[in-house]
Ligand binder design. Sequence first.
Ligand SMILES: Nc1nc2c(c(=O)[nH]1)N[C@H]1C(S)=C(S)[C@@H](COP(=O)(O)O)O[C@H]1N2
Ligand SMILES: [Mo]
Length: 443
Amino acid sequence: MAKKQEESGSFTSNDLTPVAGGGLLDRRLFLKRGLMFGSATALAGTAGNLFAEETALEKVVENKITSKAPWMLKPGKPFSNYGQPSPYESEVIRWISANAMASGNGVSWCPLHELEGIITPNGLHYERHHNGVPEIDPAQHQLLIHGMVEKPLTFSIDALKRYPMESRICFIECGGNSNAGWNSRPVQSAAGHFHGLVSCSEWTGVPLSVVLNEASLDPKASWIIAEAADGIAMNISFPVEKAMDDAILALYQNGERIRPENGYPLRLLLPGWEGVTNVKWLRRLQVTDQPVMSRNETAKYTELMPDGKVRQFTFEMDAKSLITSPSAGQEMHGPGYYQITGLAWSGKGKITKVEVSADGGMTWAEAELQEPVLSKCFTRFRMPWKWDGELAVIKSRAKDETGYVQPERDVLVKERGRHGYFHYNAIVSWEIVPEGYVNHVYS
Ligand SMILES: Nc1nc2c(c(=O)[nH]1)N[C@H]1C(S)=C(S)[C@@H](COP(=O)(O)O)O[C@H]1N2
Ligand SMILES: [Mo]
């Protein structure tokens, strides 16, 4: 009987029994066909619709015949060479916080709380520049590979485009993302203005192993120093092992050539590894047997631990998750049914589970992971929720395929101490007050 109902797609009163405290419902609830097609009487209480308005026949007639919207009364605009978002979406933008003394040094945040799915539109990919965006002529740009190789090689962009390519959908996250989490008081910024130094794209280019094999590595080579063509010639070291594993010389981002801000015409892509290792405007790879010990791998992106030792070369980004809706600064529309949704990712592989709590972490229930679930990639999670209008604290907790579970904030702070500035990946809590406002809290 239960099986039959499942097949017909309708829901039973059992489905409406909370699966955890605070009104969390079965993660499969919104997937049931019965609910989508209006037999939601039991769910909605009185009316048969979830969120839609009941429409009388006269209204239908009026709508179809007499009241035509202004845009239906004239021809639309002509074609455009490059499409832009609707002007009504003009507030879905990156949020810039640049250094007042040096405008090319700073960040712009991806508005994660305004986006859906797992792909970041190119114009909204977060930015982190140490010295601005160089305007590079691809016809003059070259990549040099030298050092502990048999044959030093130079590649033009045109030459690289002729090699066989691969695509990889993965996130890039700055090691400084979410660093406001280390503050003693919870910041009240929108989710993307706090956690938005991470974005996810389809990157396409030439596997680094292919060109390194062509140059033929010295068996004693263990590190590669990547150097950029920006105004600081930014450089960073990474192990040869990663180069031969899944590193890509990326030329394309979500199908089009990489945007200048993100490394045009060539960027190093080290899937799952800390943002700073993904060198943009790549011009040189020097194969060596030791790291270069540059500023960005010594003074920055490392942290002093409580025992006085320093954590360095923390390449892989640990698992993390975040509810993007509802989230800080958003408003609820009164008690009733909601879909909690957010993003989870891990630099160590696939996300295997996301749990959600609506009672401040006392009880948890498993969220639905939306396909595709890919390694080192954003994973979208969803959870149906009936908010009773009372004070609630919602949070999410990610687990990856290594078994690692995202820690609570007090656990992370205890482990790392308070000298750190980078690599904050603790559970994020949003408090919903009866008036419907959403705040960031530590609990
Ligand atoms: N050449 C160069 N590469 C760079 C940087 C830079 O300033 N210059 N910033 C790094 C840092 S710290 C991060 S987090 C990522 C940001 O990549 P994005 O701007 O495409 O988001 O690029 C890395 N690669
Ligand atoms: Mo970064």
